[in-house]
Design a protein around this ligand. Structure first.
Ligand SMILES: [Zn+2]
Length: 261
């Protein structure tokens, strides 16, 4: 039976490069280090889902490893990793990076942003996506619950146009924002998921769309912030999909970019 990482690599094909926790941390440190963004002069900013599976101490997590290297983390994200904190969150984080010292001068530090929705996997001869057994539990639950909930409603309604998106419920704001943003920007792609017969493939394709929404939104926010506030902070963006296996995370890396050198 192929290992989990080998199966993930096969299932995501050429969409991205698959790493375990240590492999991803080394890739980020190496690639950003060569461009002058160091752990000492940077703060890590997460746009990730609040689901605790991403940071449980009993698991080897992407978040835990990166927070250890970069000395703590600032959070932008809500359900399904959507960057709900927006420009205000980016502005706040930009004031919190540790100072850098260049030729005796003190300059503002850098932000390294991890944009990553997540998806659980249940191991076996063939991975089952969208579910995971969490530490301390004997049964599987959905992961990402918000994304899987969206997929269930989409399948029941049979098209994006028929989804019931109640924008006026103040008791469920994040869910409504995430669902509405998905439908607004990726309606055609989401409807195409309904044509797929294999449920695993549906979950994987939704995770990719979820990633594209989060990555695109953060890029738009960063460009708007940089146009408004020409500070010395440099911004790096690491994006991909976090894979939650029962004991450890894996990561399908879509890209690492520096938006402002
Ligand atoms: Zn989630």
């Amino acid at each position: 039976m192929a290992s989990i990482i080998e199966q993930v690599r096969t299932d995501f094909g050429g969409w991205g490069a698959t790493y375990d926790v240590d492999g991803l941390v080394e890739r980020i440190k190496s690639e950003l280090g060569t461009r002058g963004l160091t752990a000492e002069g940077s703060r890590i900013v997460f746009s990730v889902c609040p689901d605790e599976i991403n940071r449980l101490h009993g698991r080897r997590t992407i978040e835990g490893a990166l927070a250890a290297v970069y000395d703590g983390d600032f959070h932008l994200g809500t359900l399904a990793a959507y960057p709900i904190s927006g420009l205000s969150g980016i502005a706040a984080a930009s004031h919190h990076a540790p100072d850098r010292h260049i030729d005796g001068a003190c300059v503002e530090g850098d932000l390294i942003i991890l944009a990553s929705p997540h998806v659980g996997v249940s191991p076996g001869p063939k991975l089952v996506y969208g579910r995971v057994t969490r530490p301390g539990q004997e049964h599987e639950t959905t992961s990402c619950g918000a994304a899987m909930g969206f997929l269930k409603e989409l399948k029941e309604s049979k098209s994006c146009k028929s989804l019931d998106l109640n924008l006026d419920d103040p008791l469920d704001t994040a869910r409504q924002i995430v669902y509405c943003q998905l439908v607004k920007h990726f309606g055609n792609e989401l409807d195409r998921i309904l044509e797929i017969q294999d449920e695993n493939r549906q979950v994987i394709e939704l995770a990719k769309i979820n990633h594209d929404l989060v990555e695109r939104t953060i890029k738009n926010m960063l460009h708007a912030f940089m146009a408004k506030d020409p500070c010395g902070t440099r911004f790096a963006l690491v994006s991909g999909i976090t894979i939650n296996a029962p004991g450890e995370d894996f990561f399908v890396l879509k890209g690492i970019s520096v938006l402002k050198e």
